[in-house]
Design a binder for this molecule. Structure first.
Ligand code: CDP
Ligand code: MG
Length: 835
């Protein structure tokens, strides 16, 4: 570690100068030697062969001293009364009994797979056991343990917990690092980080020099980053025979991972959880007499038209294939053992809806009738968490802050907000946490006694044939349902309300499909290339479960079009920069162009808006008012992205005078989303500074140039090839893309209702295939913008770039574009000839 090196240098400097004072004859030999430099490496010139050994002796001394200090500090802590209590708690965890066996297994094998029920102490204890055993072996100052987490929030909360268990503050022996945030000190030996951070470190340091243990946590989730990391680590292990790899998982399918690593030994920690009683929908209806009606299920997604359409599509899809097992199960089940009332009620159950009213009723039942204990509600995503929260807040009991503390828990929340969910509420107040599936395994909310499970999770699925990602709530797996249920049995026996019939549960698949098989692979392909891992196809074929070749091909094709790859699949300069930015390539490209063209301020807003969610709220009963408020921002600009920029800038202005909330209320904006955008912008700015794309002297972001034409061009640079042609008909606008033909605009778009669009093209961020293809946010651009900013000129030179655009041109047959195109080509031809 650099800090240690520096310390050694300075100590050596003392030694050297000490000697030169006492041994007068040596002083001549040192003339010309700059003591600031690396003394050891220059020692041969100065004929002092003993210096390197001296360096290593000093190094060893310092390490020993540090290890001893670490050990002494722990001892003092463990002898204190608080430390005693903590130790007692730690010893009560199931992992403790296995401590010695675990350490032995880790010492004897390069790879070990550890499984054990959530809460048994894998994440907080195992890394500590390793740390402690290294300290005892006086290697405390040289070990470096990295434990990856799939999510920011778990990396942060776990490191905090482990530091507390050791009576330290964060950044001493335990630290964390997540994107753009971290707490890590000179003596940090155990680092919790997101998987993405470790992948980025691999970019700079392919052999993970200095790292002694890598622990990959939550591998059962099969996130894309984790699957990717496993391939890289598998390659690394033979090069680093001293490196230890430990894989941890909450479920029992450890075999799969063990086989992947040449039958690595598996280790199961027998867990203890209190029993949890499962109530399925029919049990709940029987127990409470609650009746489901048609009405119950109707307007959950009513706020959002797109959702409704997606829902319909999902229904259709269900009829055809995926959820047909649920349908079958429902058809076969007769619920004979239940009362006619329950049977009648179940006939109204809509498997495509999450059923807010039902959830509200279950929560009301728990708050009124059940014993004390926090409630954890599993929802599908941010939008429905928010809508449900709104609905519950207007409930007479659930919305009463003296009775209920209502909290949301979602990955893109600010970290300060996330911490609230771990706190104990005041006496007499019941904590209800609305969470996504991230609360399934990686974070532990201690006091949960009741779990409400809607049975779904929003899952990106990717249709390689249409090259269109879809984000739909889909049924979870049996493993996930079991995890959710288990969350109720942590401190005492608990209750779990599954809001679907038992027969539906029985039709779930055992495990979820790995992310690598259901998402676009663009970012991954960039990473593979920037880590110089060879052929993308060959590399991915070595994955635990390799993705379809067509998905790989689509991703590579896309990266070529945007100019991140040249035609031989090598990274271009743009590609290298994109790989350094942990955002989607198209957003990264916008940021890079924004930095180059000096209009980062609006561009960061656009990118933040695209990465968060739509800040405009459309309450059903005030839809017209909301729409006209949004139209105010449009200024006939024909751009949803610029609408967002204006809305944000207004908010920033208002917020500076403490009027942000009122501003949002007046303009039908979500204050929370605005704050999220604001904080993301700050993150982007630090990110760009970190990668050197903006210099530290450019402090004042807000005073940067803001030229609307330029901003449109940069949006185009990022969103291309997401482009459709505009043809104004007498009464409507007809839109076409190359792949889909006729497309429609989502009605929330400012362009959606426009009778005419005075731009020949729209660039769009996202298309969603429902019954037709719908475009989400769009921005009008001119011919010349498309020519100059669509695709990337760097790849095949201007000529190649124009040729590629020519393909689009031919397809759309726009005479105006053709004219400019030909002019540019001719001029280019002249230019080449002149040369
Ligand atoms: O990783 P695994 O699910 O096996 O368990 P863990 O996260 O290491 O948690 C072990 C125990 O530590 C849990 O049962 C909790 O009681 C406790 N814990 C806590 O009190 N606060 C945290 N932030 C995390 C864990
Ligand atoms: Mg864990």
């Amino acid at each position: 570690p650099l800090g240690l090196e520096r310390e050694v240098e300075s100590m050596l400097r003392l030694h050297v100068s000490g000697r030169s004072i006492h041994g007068a004859d040596l002083s001549n030999k040192f003339s010309g030697l700059t003591l600031e430099g690396n003394v050891a490496s220059k020692s041969s010139n100065t004929k002092l062969p003993e210096l390197p050994t001296r360096k290593s002796i000093v190094l060893e001394q310092i390490r020993r001293r540090r290890s001893l200090q670490l050990r002494e500090k722990q001892q003092t802590w463990q002898e204190s009364s608080e430390g005693q209590k903590m130790l007692e708690f730690r010893r009560s965890l199931p992992a403790y009994k296995e401590k010695d066996a675990l350490l032995k297994a880790v010492a004897e094998n390069q790879v070990v797979v550890v499984s054990g029920e959530t809460g048994c102490g894998k994440t907080t204890q195992l890394p500590q056991y390793i740390l402690e055993s290294e300290i005892v072996a006086a290697r405390g100052a040289t070990c470096s343990i990295i434990c990856t987490q799939p999510r920011r929030i778990s990396a942060m909360s776990v490191s905090e917990r482990v530091a507390a268990e050791r009576g330290e503050s964060l950044g001493e022996s335990v630290g964390y690092k997540v994107r753009l945030e971290g707490m890590k000190g000179r003596d940090t030996r155990l680092l919790f980080c997101t998987t993405g951070i470790l992948l980025r470190r691999l970019l700079l340091d392919r052999d993970l020099n200095g790292v002694t243990h890598v622990i990959v946590d939550e591998i059962h989730e099969r996130g894309m980053n984790e699957d990717f990391l496993l391939i890289v680590l598998k390659d690394l292990l033979p090069r680093r025979p001293d490196l230890r790899l430990i894989l941890m998982s909450a479920t029992l399918n450890a075999e799969l991972f063990s086989n992947y690593f040449g039958r690595a030994p598996t280790f199961h920690i027998p867990g203890f959880t209190y029993p949890v009683r499962a109530h399925f929908l029919e049990n709940f209806l029987e127990m409470t007499g609650y009746r489901l009606t048609e009405y119950n299920q109707i307007d959950d997604y009513g706020q959002n038209k797109l959702w409704k359409m997606q829902k319909q599509a999902a229904m259709r899809k269900r009829k055809s294939q995926i959820a047909s097992s649920v349908e079958d199960a429902l058809e076969k089940a007769d619920f004979q053992e239940y009362s006619p009332r329950v049977r009648e009620s179940l006939s109204h159950w809509n498997p495509d809806s999450v059923g807010f009213n039902l959830i509200e009723h279950v929560l009301h039942h728990i708050v009124m009738k059940e014993r004390l204990g926090a409630v954890l509600v599993f929802m599908t995503g941010w939008d429905d968490i928010n809508s449900l929260k709104d609905q519950l807040q207007s409930h007479p009991v659930l919305g009463d802050p003296s009775k209920v503390l209502l909290l949301a828990c979602h990955g893109s929340m600010a970290s300060s907000e996330q911490r609230l969910i771990f706190d104990k509420p005041e006496d007499g107040v019941r904590k209800i946490v609305l969470a996504t599936n991230m609360a399934e395994t990686s974070i532990t909310i201690n006091d949960v006694v009741f779990v409400v499970d809607c049975g779904k999770a929003k899952e990106t699925s990717y249709d390689a044939l249409n090259n269109t990602p879809c984000l739909l709530p889909s049924w979870i797996s049996k493993a996930a349902a079991r995890q959710r249920r288990g969350r109720a049995g942590r401190v005492q026996s608990g209750e779990c309300y599954h809001l679907y019939p038992r027969c539906v549960h029985d039709s779930f698949s055992d495990y979820q499909l790995p992310e690598l098989l259901r998402t676009p692979l663009q970012s991954l392909c960039l990473q593979i290339k920037s880590l110089q891992l060879g052929s993308i196809t060959e590399f991915l074929s070595r994955a635990l479960q390799p993705p379809e070749p067509l998905s790989v091909q689509n991703a590579v094709e896309y990266l070529k079009i945007i100019g991140a790859f040249d035609e031989h699949e090598n990274l271009t300069v743009l590609g290298r920069h994109l790989a350094m930015l942990p955002v989607e390539p198209k957003l990264g490209k916008m940021l890079i162009y924004g930095a180059i063209f000096n209009c980062l301020d609006p561009i960061m807003t656009v990118v933040a808006g695209l990465s968060v969610r739509d800040p405009f709220v459309m309450p059903l009963d005030k839809k017209e008012l909301a729409e006209s408020a949004k139209a105010e921002f449009s200024g006939n600009g024909y751009s949803d992205h610029l609408v967002l920029v204006r809305a944000y800038e207004g908010w920033r202005e208002a917020e500076s005078q403490r009027g942000g909330y009122e501003y949002c209320w007046r303009n039908y904006l979500s204050a929370q989303t605005m704050r999220a955008i604001d904080s993301l912008r700050k993150q982007f700015y630090s990110l760009l500074k970190e990668t050197g794309l903006v210099s530290c002297s450019d402090k004042n972001v807000s005073s940067w140039a803001h030229d609307e034409y330029l901003v449109r061009s940069i949006i185009c640079a990022g969103l291309f090839p997401g482009v459709c042609s505009v043809v104004n008909k007498s009464r409507s606008v007809s839109l076409k893309t190359m792949e889909d033909g006729r497309v429609l605009l989502y009605s929330n778009s400012v362009n959606g209702a426009a009778p005419k669009i005075p731009y020949p093209w729209l660039v769009f961020n996202e298309k969603v295939k429902v019954n037709s293809v719908f475009l989400r946010d769009s921005t009008g651009i001119s011919d010349s913008t498309l020519l100059l900013f669509g695709g990337d000129m760097a790849t095949g030179g201007l000529d190649g770039h124009l040729k590629m655009l020519g393909g689009y041109l031919e397809f759309f047959m726009k005479p105006s574009l053709a004219k400019i195109y030909l002019t540019i080509r001719r001029e280019l031809g002249d230019l080449i000839q002149a040369k």
